[in-house]
Design a protein around this ligand. Structure first.
Ligand SMILES: [Zn+2]
Ligand SMILES: [Zn+2]
Length: 257
């Protein structure tokens, strides 16, 4: 069964510096699809992500502004993403966007404003929103309810069981990263075990959060295998079985068949 990495930042310098090797490692590890996420540095990241997707038929991209950089999400930048990216065939989702109250790199009101813009955009173009939410469970759910957005992805899920349940009611997918392989994340692994077969995704969030046994190294899409294996073991199924749900879920949510 082929693997998919549903969330990687291939445009980031740590991966761009050895790009061909990173893609070859992914292929060697059985990764046959990658979604590269437009995120930061204003629009630069989005332009590069789109170029990567255009150059590689097994890679698609998304477009958004990370909550850490919410101050860069001006009306003009949001309008450019709407006009140049949101309806592009290679762009399979809107984000990443969301709320991060842990790092608190941008004012909360600006984070919320930008998040609302991208939530509305995802409805307009009927593509899934890719949400980053850290220490912001209640406000994230409140904004989803206010805007009526359903069917998106909560990436690198680290929220509470309450949040997971609310997200399932909103037809969201939970995407688990290498954090589930850390010994400190027992509760999170339990949530990954209890996530319904048709709601689970697996990602690297590379270059961050490399899973055990590569913890501390620069993460890359090839390592998605370790995270998927950990969740499969915890669920008492094979890697192939897990990946067959993940593959189907990703194909459905991104409308990538
Ligand atoms: Zn994120
Ligand atoms: Zn990310």
């Amino acid at each position: 069964m082929p693997l998919i990495d549903t969330h990687a930042h291939l445009d980031f310098p740590k991966l761009q510096d050895r790009f061909d090797e990173v893609l070859q490692n992914a292929r060697d590890a059985g990764v046959e699809r990658i979604v590269t996420i437009g995120a930061s540095r204003g629009l630069d990241s989005n332009y590069r992500a789109l170029d990567i997707a255009k150059e590689h038929d097994w890679i698609r991209c998304t477009a958004g502004i990370h909550p850490h950089d919410a101050e860069q999400a001006t009306e003009e930048v949001v309008e450019t993403i709407r006009r140049e990216f949101s309806e592009h065939d290679q762009v399979v989702g809107i984000g990443e966007t969301g709320l991060d109250y842990y790092y608190d790199n941008a004012p909360v009101e600006q984070q919320k404003w930008a998040f609302r813009q991208f939530l509305e955009m995802s409805k307009e173009v009927d593509k899934p929103v890719i949400i980053h939410s850290r220490d912001a469970d209640e406000d994230t759910i409140a904004l989803l309810e206010e805007t009526g957005v359903t069917g998106g992805i909560l990436h690198c899920f680290t929220g509470s069981r309450w949040m997971a349940e609310r997200l399932f009611e909103l037809d969201f997918y939970l995407s688990f990263s290498g954090i589930v392989t850390f010994n400190s994340a027992k509760e999170l692994l339990e949530i990954a075990c209890d996530t319904p077969e048709d709601r689970i995704l697996v990602e690297t969030d590379s270059p961050y959060l490399a899973p055990v046994p590569n913890r501390g190294k620069t993460n890359e899409p090839a390592y998605v295998r370790h995270t998927a294996q950990k969740i499969a073991d915890a669920r008492g199924i094979t890697l192939d079985e897990l990946e067959s749900f993940v593959w189907d879920n990703a194909a459905r949510v991104f409308d990538w068949t």
